[in-house]
Structures are given as structure tokens and as C-alpha cells.
Write a protein that binds this ligand. Sequence first.
Ligand SMILES: [Cu+2]
Length: 153
Amino acid sequence: MKKLAILAAMALALSANAAQSIEVHKSKYCGCCEGWISYLKKNGYEVKVVNAETVGENLDKFKLDHGITDDTASCHTGIIDGYVVEGHVPLVVIEELIKNRPADVVGVSAPGMPVGSPGMEQGDDKDAYDVVVIKKDGSVESLGTYRGDKKVN
Ligand SMILES: [Cu+2]
């Protein structure tokens, strides 16, 4: 009985500490992609980087195959837990996604390359930008407006 409780506690501790691992597909020339990758690593994520050219991958096709359109595209494409994370998406959004694991969702995106978003820091400049969720039926909904990595609306 006591042994079981200890085992259960250990299992809990393990799952809490397990690093989330994410695979990021990007161009090897992309600097801000590296910025976003450092941001994830700093926050305890394990990142596997896939440089598209190096593996002979067509990044545009990869995006299309993963449900990303021109409207939702950014520079890099992350894959975590079977979900797509496109562009400079703030951590809070990723954490919500993998915590809730919505069945009808392809992934989330911060379309374009918003100044001041994670990995796109340029001094004190911070543009407001939308983060969206991409549904399996192809529809796109806003998750709110962000500035830096904070939700403002
Ligand atoms: Cu970028």
C-alpha cells in the first residue's frame, strides 16, 4: 500500500518534470526562427530543429500538408504532440493547447512575423498581433490579440 503511494508520487513527479519536446521545421537561413527556438529552450522545451534545405524538404509544401495556408503562414513550423505551432507563438498559447488537447484542432499560428513577438524582439517595439487557432474543417478563429508574449485583448 505504502509502496504504491510512493510509486504514484514518483510517476506524478516524472510527468511534471518531463520536458515537452517540439520539432521545428525552418529554413537554415532563418534568424528569427532561431530566436523562437531559444525562447522555447529557455522555457524548458526540448527542441529538435529540422532545417528544410538540409533534408531536401520543401517548407511551403510541408506547411500546406500540415494545414497551414497563406493566411496563417509564418517562417517556421513546429510540431508538438501532433499539433502544429506556426510562427512566433507565445508559450502560454502552446501550453493551453497541449493541456487541453482539443480534438477538432490542427494547431495554432501567429501569422506573419509580428515585431516584438517571441523571437522577433526589436528593442522596445512591440506590435499588436493576432494568434489564431486552425480547425480541422479549415476554419480559422482568433484566440486574441497579443503584444510581446502577453495577451492584451
Ligand atoms: Cu520568424
